[in-house]
Design a protein around this ligand. Structure first.
Ligand SMILES: CC(C)=CC(=O)SCCNC(=O)CCNC(=O)[C@H](O)C(C)(C)COP(=O)(O)OP(=O)(O)OC[C@H]1O[C@@H](n2cnc3c(N)ncnc32)[C@H](O)[C@@H]1OP(=O)(O)O
Length: 258
C-alpha cells in the first residue's frame, strides 16, 4: 500500500483502518488529507481481500473541519475553477461498507466526512456540528444535505444556522449516530463491527449498501422495485446458495464472496 503523509492505513483480516494523522491541526482536512483519504479508500474498495473499511481520527478530534488556514486566501475563481472539495464525492462512490469511528470533534468537514460513511459509531466524547456559518461560509462537502436527511430539517437548520454543536447523546437521539460506545472501546468496537460485516458475503453487503442508499435518491415505489431486483440478483450468487445451505445444515456459512 502507498505511504501517505497525513493518514495511516492498516490492514486487518478482510478489513482496513484509515486513521487521520494531523494531530497538531486536530486533523483539519486540507487538500492533501482529502486526496490521501480518497486514494486509500478507493484503492481498498477495489481490493478483493477487503470487505469493510473504518475511518477514524484521534481521541481529541475525528476532524475539526476543513483546513480554514488553507481555504482562507482563496477567491471565488480559485474555489470555483478548482471545484474545491469535489474530490470528496469519490468517497461517496466507495461500494464496500464504511464505518466512521468518531471520538472528540467532528465539526464542519469532519462531520461531513463521518456522514459520508455508512455506519457512524460515536465515542461518548464525540461532538458534532456544522459551524461554517461562524466563518462566513456554509457547508461544502454535503453537510446541509446529508445532515438534513439524517436528522430532519428542524435540527439541521438549528445546527447550520446557529453553528452550535451537539454531543454524542443528542446526535444519537437525533438519528445521526448508529451507536455510542465508551471512548476507550471505540476502535475495538469499530473494528469488530467491520469484521462482522467483512465476514458476510462482500457482494451481498455491497448490494445491501446500494439498496439502503437508493432510499435517499428515489421514490418509495422505485426504491422497492430496485431492492426487489437486487434481491432477485442475490440468487445468482454462490453465497446465497452457501448461506441458505448452511442454515439448513445447522452450520456456519463459509462465504466465497462470489
Ligand atoms: C467550510 C467548510 C465547507 C467546511 C469546514 O469544515 S470549515 C471548518 C469548520 N470547523 C471549525 O470551524 C472548527 C475550528 N476549530 C475550533 O473551533 C477549535 O480548534 C476547536 C473547538 C475544535 C478545538 O479548540 P482547542 O482550543 O482545543 O484547540 P485549538 O487551539 O483551537 O486548535 C489546535 C490547533 O488546531 C488548529 N485547527 C483546529 N481546527 C482547525 C481547522 N478547521 N482548520 C485549520 N486549523 C485548525 C488550530 O488553529 C490550532 O493550531 P495553531 O495552534 O497552530 O493555531
Amino acid at each position: 500500500m502507498t505511504e501517505y503523509e497525513t493518514i495511516l492505513v492498516e490492514r486487518h483480516d478482510r478489513t482496513a483502518l484509515i486513521t487521520l494523522n494531523r494531530p497538531k491541526a486536530l486533523n483539519a482536512l486540507d487538500l492533501t488529507v482529502m486526496a490521501e483519504v480518497v486514494d486509500a479508500a478507493t484503492t481498498l474498495d477495489r481490493d478483493p481481500d477487503v470487505g469493510a473499511l473504518v475511518i477514524t481520527g484521534s481521541a481529541k478530534a475525528f476532524a475539526a473541519g476543513a483546513d480554514i488556514k488553507e481555504m482562507r486566501p482563496n477567491g471565488y475563481m480559485d474555489v470555483y475553477l478548482s471545484d474545491w472539495f469535489s474530490a470528496w464525492d469519490r468517497l461517496g462512490d466507495v461500494r464496500k461498507p464504511t464505518i466512521a469511528a468518531v471520538s472528540g470533534y467532528a465539526l464542519g468537514g469532519g462531520c461531513e466526512l463521518a456522514m459520508m460513511c455508512d455506519i457512524l459509531l460515536a465515542a461518548d466524547t464525540a461532538v458534532f456540528g456544522q459551524p461554517e456559518i461562524k466563518l462566513g461560509v456554509i457547508p461544502g462537502i454535503g453537510g446541509s444535505q446529508r445532515l438534513t436527511r439524517a436528522i430532519g430539517k428542524a435540527k439541521a437548520m438549528d445546527l447550520c444556522l446557529t453553528g452550535r454543536t451537539m454531543d454524542a447523546d443528542e446526535a444519537e437521539r437525533a438519528g445521526l449516530v448508529s451507536r455510542i460506545v465508551p471512548a476507550a472501546d471505540l476502535l475495538t468496537e469499530a473494528l469488530s463491527t467491520a469484521a462482522t460485516i467483512a465476514g458476510m458475503s462482500t457482494p451481498i453487503a455491497m448490494m445491501a449498501k446500494e439498496s439502503v442508499n437508493r432510499a435517499f435518491e428515489t421514490t418509495l415505489a422505485e426504491g422497492v422495485r430496485f431492492e426487489r431486483r437486487l434481491f432477485h440478483a442475490t440468487f445468482a450468487t454462490a453465497d446465497q446458495k452457501e448461506g441458505m445451505a448452511a442454515f439448513t445444515e445447522k452450520r456456519t456459512p463459509s462465504f466465497t464472496h462470489r
